[in-house]
Design a protein around this ligand. Structure first.
Ligand code: AMP
Length: 115
């Protein structure tokens, strides 16, 4: 599988950095954000290293669909029943800090730290 040895999320996929996992299958992983903005804040990532939303090729659209489809299921499982927010930061102006595609999924009572 394509990976970047310097990427923190690739290291989480490989088990080299610990994370609190919420879901895992062959192609994606969801884990709790280390610095949550909301009471429930999960990141959904593809296991393969895709640097950003800019780099999503046609061959990844099914994976992307599954990542988004996981969001409501995860929120329900984590007790979020009153709505949630999904966010994909992309590139410098998009304030993307980790260069491995990820979908933020955030829920729980307001106010939140950001957003
Ligand atoms: P972004 O600005 O969209 O790139 O967001 C990256 C997110 O990854 C931030 O919310 C960080 O708190 C989160 N993050 C960075 N390192 C880790 C880690 N080791 N485990 C869990 N979340 C992380």
């Amino acid at each position: 599988m394509q990976r970047d040895p310097n990427c923190v999320f690739c290291k989480i996929v490989a088990g080299e950095i610990r994370a609190k996992k919420a879901y895992e299958d062959d192609e994606m992983l969801a884990f709790h954000d280390i610095a949550p903005w909301a009471p429930v804040h999960v990141l959904v990532i593809p296991k393969v290293h895709i640097a950003s939303f800019y780099d999503v090729a046609d061959s990844y659209t099914a994976t992307l669909g599954r990542m988004f489809a996981l969001a409501p299921r995860l929120m329900r499982e984590l007790g979020v029943t009153n709505g949630f927010r999904t966010l994909v930061n992309t590139g410098a102006d998009g304030r993307q800090e980790v260069a491995h595609l990820h979908v933020h999924v955030m829920g729980g009572p307001r106010p939140w730290a950001k957003g």
